[in-house]
Design a protein around this ligand. Structure first.
Ligand SMILES: Cc1ncc(COP(=O)(O)O)c(C=O)c1O
Length: 245
């Protein structure tokens, strides 16, 4: 069959063993699974109660505009409803961005040793991947700037970074964004922002009003312990959101 070459270059996903399998295999009683960064405390009791009391009909398609969620997230983040996009987890938002901006003849810049989905999606879209090694687990922002050229369409930053845990300070991030050409989309993956307590960790919600080439990705999977719900959202200028939608 006529498979895309990019698909053939990828290995199929090998899911990790479940905690029950590992317990049985090694005769262990207690396992702490770290591989997927799932929340070990689970989700709020309020979620469980809400699901138990739900009268939602499974025969009905979900609201594609995610109206109620959109209203709540807009209120929570202080941005306009039209500055939000929702996806099946950040995974889908990464895929939507990649499908919309990457392709043959374009390149994309990311750190070596960051969330694997950036590379995975770029490979599928046939874009050249420019990886810049970390310095002590932190993004080498100067190095990343150096490899951006006219063919670069997306730059990926993960802060705090999966898997190294290092974050980008407000000053460093602002200075980086100011230097990236305005026609290059900067994806700021903040899947773990709620865990960052350092004073110089930036709170970026309002930055989308100033930087028209910035999209911030967040997820309900981590801090809220709702990975199985598959809900992620992005904040960006209305023009970016409209195009991605
Ligand atoms: C940095 C980062 N971004 C995105 C995701 C995907 O999150 P979601 O469950 O919302 O698809 C993960 C999950 O491990 C992650 O570590």
């Amino acid at each position: 069959m006529k498979w895309n070459e990019a698909v053939l270059s990828l290995k199929s996903y090998q899911p990790g063993k479940s905690t029950d399998e590992v317990k049985k295999l090694y005769g262990l009683e207690k396992i702490t699974k770290l591989a997927s960064n799932e929340n070990p405390f689970g989700c709020s009791e309020k979620v469980k109660e809400s699901v138990r009391n739900s009268t939602h009909s499974f025969a009905i398609y979900p609201d594609g505009y995610a109206t109620m969620l959109r209203e709540a997230v807009a209120k929570h983040t202080g941005v306009k409803e039209t500055q939000l996009i929702f996806g099946n987890g950040s995974d889908e938002n990464i895929q939507i961005i990649s499908r919309s901006l990457l392709g043959a003849g374009k390149n994309t810049v990311m750190a070596t040793g960051t969330f694997s989905q950036y590379r995975h999606n770029a490979t599928l879209e046939g874009a050249e991947i420019r990886e810049v090694p970390h310095i002590d687990g932190a993004h080498d922002l100067e190095g990343m700037l150096k490899v951006i050229d006219v063919e670069t369409s997306v730059v990926w930053l993960c802060t705090p970074n999966n898997p190294t845990g290092k974050y980008i300070s407000e000053q460093d991030l602002l200075s980086f964004i100011e230097k990236v050409p305005e026609d290059v989309l900067i994806v700021l993956d903040e899947a773990y922002c709620e865990y960052a307590t350092a004073e110089d960790y930036p709170r970026t919600n309002q930055w989308i009003n100033k930087y028209k080439n910035l999209i911030i990705l967040r997820t309900f999977s981590k801090i809220y312990g709702l990975a199985s719900f598959r809900v992620g959202y992005g904040l960006a200028d209305e023009d970016i959101i409209q195009k991605l939608d």
